[in-house]
Design a protein around this ligand. Structure first.
Ligand SMILES: [Zn+2]
Length: 488
């Protein structure tokens, strides 16, 4: 804890460093805005063909953390996340369900937003849908055709020509190293998802096939639908301009999705000379569950809903997702969820005690706590170090509390700093303890016994509650019930 009045100046516009996949190095974040105030950020959103799983949410929680931290640093962020609502998997899913595309999408999109809120993610400022941007997508493909970088093949689909793009001196393979010697020249890929071995011209517009049923739009090239990659290029440039600051996604999107986005967006040549499509590319690493890649056959595939059904809260799951650095592959386990409950409990207890002491006192934020937190986060969002500083502070605070050395103004200063930090972490307040009525009744009997100075009876009720799993904490505001004690 810091003495009141102590100040560390934090220059909020200095210091944030991020790992840029484009340069494969940690760089200082300098937004394109000449005033250095605003930042445009695009994160590839969910493909709404199912309930999002916990691995998907690692990326979205990471995007939420970065957006919140940029705001903490004083940037005005424009956070865009698309909803992919037409793509191979969706069409297959809609057909299998027998629902229309909008009906099929709606159920999973609503579930996605509900899950995001449960995990404490702020809603993006804009959430464009691919199907609402068909004219922009067609316009972008027309531009690529006009510039000689795309062609219509005999199957009626329009493809991006990697050869033509490279012949102009542009680099295909900026985010990943690609071996063009092994490339099967002249081959084309129509699927939305493919791997580096299938490196080939990719579809911008897919001609209608019988399997598409009623899912198609008219275009200058006949009926069909957009390829997945062009959707993100069209929507991001429409909403953030042809050049913007940050593009995020899971590492599985680096190739081909993000590589193709660069080729299409820079191939269209809408940027000011010397400017890139995206200045910083950030990718969240894979999530393992119980040590393995999630898979239904291993029984370690979990949607958020599966975890909630097991009794964990969105707050606990968010905490676990926020314990590891976004670039390290992270092993999500049930032990870590149990650990989250303990860690958050320690934090909540400490904060509750500070609230009791602070009362109505007010004070400037504890500058050291804030400085330690932002020093860690400035290093490419080093969240583990940030939590380390928070839990050191909890430990130190608990020591001072045990010695009754926390004044109301000291408590207020700590709480004020915590409020700023919490805005970044987004773990929210401890949910109110809802003790069942019989427990509350016992507590009232204990208070009655204490008032009557029947301390023996009061103590025996305390023991009785403890055996039932509830601990009484006496605070200046009166007794408080807390989960704990001896019950299983
Ligand atoms: Zn995307």
């Amino acid at each position: 804890m810091t003495p009141i009045g102590y100040r560390v100046l934090i220059d909020s516009n200095m210091g944030l460093k991020l790992f840029n996949t484009l340069t494969r190095s940690v760089e200082e974040f300098v937004p394109r805005d000449p005033d250095g105030k605003s930042a445009g950020m695009y994160c590839c959103g969910p493909t709404v063909h199912n309930f999002a799983h916990i691995g998907n949410f690692r990326t979205f929680v990471f995007a939420d953390l970065l957006r919140r931290y940029l705001e903490f640093k004083g940037y005005q962020v424009n956070h865009v996340m698309n909803i992919t609502d037409v793509e191979d998997k969706i069409i297959a899913g809609a057909r299998a369900s027998g629902l229309s595309l909008p009906e099929y999408i709606r159920q999973y999109e609503e579930a996605f937003w509900e899950d995001s809120r449960t995990l404490g993610c702020l809603a993006p400022h804009q959430a464009p849908h691919a199907t609402e941007h068909i004219p922009q997508i067609i316009g972008l493909i027309e531009r690529l055709l006009a510039r000689g970088l795309a062609y219509q093949a005999s199957d009626g689909s329009v493809y991006f020509s990697i050869d033509k793009y490279r012949a102009r001196g542009s680099c295909y393979g900026q985010l990943v190293n690609l071996n063009f010697d092994e490339m099967r020249v002249g081959e084309r890929v129509n699927a939305d998802e493919y791997d580096k071995e299938s490196l080939a011209d990719f579809a911008l517009w897919k001609a209608r096939v019988p399997e598409d049923a009623a899912i198609y739009w008219s275009s200058p090239w006949g009926e069909g639908r957009p390829g997945w990659h062009i959707e993100c290029s069209a929507m991001s440039m429409q909403l953030l301009g042809p050049s913007f600051d940050l593009h995020l996604g899971g590492e599985d999107l680096i190739f081909p999705h993000h590589e193709d986005e660069i080729a299409q967006s820079e191939g269209a040549g809408l940027q000011i000379p010397g400017e890139r499509f995206v200045k910083y590319w950030l990718h969240a690493a894979h999530l393992l569950v119980e040590g393995n890649k999630m898979s239904k056959s291993l029984g370690n595939f979990f949607t958020l809903r599966d975890l909630l059904a097991k009794g964990f809260s969105g707050r606990e799951i968010r905490y676990v997702l926020l314990t590891a650095h976004y670039r390290s592959s992270f092993n999500f386990t049930f032990d870590s969820l149990a650990g989250a409950r303990t860690a958050l409990g320690r934090l909540d207890d400490c904060l509750a005690k500070l609230h009791d002491i602070a009362g109505n006192a007010s004070a400037a934020s504890d500058a050291v706590l804030l400085a330690e937190f932002s020093a860690a986060m400035d290093e490419d969002l080093n969240i583990s170090a940030a939590w380390g500083s928070i839990f050191n502070w909890v430990r130190d605070t608990n020591r001072l509390l045990a010695r009754n050395q926390v004044s109301p103004s000291l408590a207020a200063a700590a709480l004020s700093a915590w409020q700023s930090i919490e805005k970044v972490l987004g773990i929210g307040e401890k949910p109110p303890t809802e003790a069942p009525p019989e427990i509350v009744a016992l507590l009232e009997q204990r208070q009655f016994a204490r008032k009557a100075k029947d301390f023996k009876r009061a103590d025996s009720i305390r023991e009785e509650l403890k055996a039932m799993g509830w601990v009484i904490e006496d605070t200046p505001q009166g007794p408080r019930l807390k989960r704990g004690g001896n019950a299983a």
